[in-house]
Design a protein around this ligand. Structure first.
Ligand SMILES: [Zn+2]
Length: 366
């Protein structure tokens, strides 16, 4: 089968033929339809310090995907050949204190799909059945392919109650955009999002935010005036990992404000701890998705009309992966999707809008 492999300890990815995986005990084999390109994949392609220290090569990369089940190991129940599925890319140990208590997202021994074991940028992938999410509600394969980052967004956005609250989101990348869509959908009063890319802020406008602020030109205080806000934001969702964004957020929270922090900083940085103390702020780190409460939330949000299609801006066939990765790395787009289907799996009516319909609502810039 074709697979996108990190073969050598240097920048780049290579599209090569590798043996098809077979199901092991308790596993499911999936024909991949679509994959989403994540920041992690960009780090792996670039082969930066993190990738150098983390990866064992060769490795099939990628962890955001959707596909149809083609084989299940004996004894696996509730998953059938033909099911449209997504995959939870964090494979937990099942033995540590948190796993034993059912808090699987807090496992300290997580194995990452496409990082610590062969991933999903391939025609087929295998995954433990316990990591497979079957779509019981119709969803387009493009949207199903981004359930992993959508889960990051939902996990972050739903960390604190949002109904009637003023929400500040720093970072309008794909996950920040999805978090903005969720916050608006569940009933926040004002949703303000910041970035330095006008393209991404324009996308935020399509998702119904009250304010999309380019912080290279305007300040958050300007934005608050425009919204006629007097006291500061109730909830902050930090999605950028950028020190200036985090400091700015802390400075504009109301007393007792709560911050959920998903953006992963590249290195240590100072913040104004005195403000954290005197404003009595709560800061909560977020990683991955709650298994599988977040997944349940995601499916229900879509069922209840949340529209993620504006977040998907670019689609490429898998053999144009270099162009797709360059697009994703530009910092100006929403989500970039690779199509692995190659006509092998005709779109089914139950999968939602056809590819042509989906493409008509977004732009492909390739
Ligand atoms: Zn564990």
């Amino acid at each position: 089968m074709k697979a996108l492999v990190k073969e050598r300890a240097e920048p780049g990815l290579w599209l090569v033929d590798v043996p098809e995986p077979e199901v092991g005990p308790g596993e499911v084999k999936i024909r991949v339809l679509r994959t989403g390109i994540c920041g992690t994949d960009l780090h792996i392609r670039k082969f930066d310090d993190w990738a150098r220290q983390t990866l064992e090569l060769p490795l099939i990369v990628g962890h955001e995907f959707s596909g149809h089940v083609v084989d299940v190991a004996p004894g696996v129940e509730d998953i059938a050949v033909g099911d449209l599925v997504s995959g939870e890319g964090h494979i937990v140990c099942g033995k540590c204190r948190n796993c034993m208590a059912g808090r699987r997202h807090l496992c300290r021994n997580t194995i990452g799909l496409g990082v610590n074991r062969d991933g999903a940028f391939a025609e087929y992938v295998t995954l433990p059945a316990t990591n497979v999410w079957v779509h019981r509600v119709p969803v387009h394969p493009d949207v199903a392919a981004i359930f992993d980052p959508f889960g990051n967004a939902v996990h972050t956005a739903l960390s604190f109650p949002l109904v009637g609250e003023d929400v500040l989101i720093t970072g309008a990348g794909p996950i920040g955009l999805m978090a903005a869509a969720v916050a608006t959908h569940v009933g926040a009063r004002h949703v303000a999002i910041t970035d330095v890319s006008d393209e991404r802020l324009n996308l935020a406008g399509k998702l119904g935010v009250n304010l999309a602020l380019n912080v290279s030109r305007d300040t958050i205080a300007d934005g608050m005036r425009r919204l006629d806000m007097r006291e500061g934001f109730d909830v902050g969702l930090e999605m950028s990992g950028n020190p200036a964004a985090m400091r700015d957020m802390i400075a504009h929270m109301t007393h007792g404000g709560r911050i959920a922090m998903l953006g992963l900083p590249a290195e240590e940085f100072p913040i104004d701890w005195a403000t954290v103390v005197t404003s009595m702020l709560t800061i909560k780190g977020i990683y991955g998705r709650e298994m599988f409460e977040t997944w349940y939330n995601m499916s229900v949000l879509l069922e209840k009309g949340l529209d993620l299609t504006p977040v998907i801006t670019d689609r490429f066939p898998y053999d144009e992966f270099d162009a797709a990765f360059d697009t994703a790395a530009s910092g100006r787009t929403g989500k970039v999707i690779l199509d692995w289907s190659e006509g092998a799996w005709p779109e089914r009516a139950s999968d939602g809008p056809t590819q042509a319909e989906a493409a008509a609502t977004t732009n492909r810039s390739a």
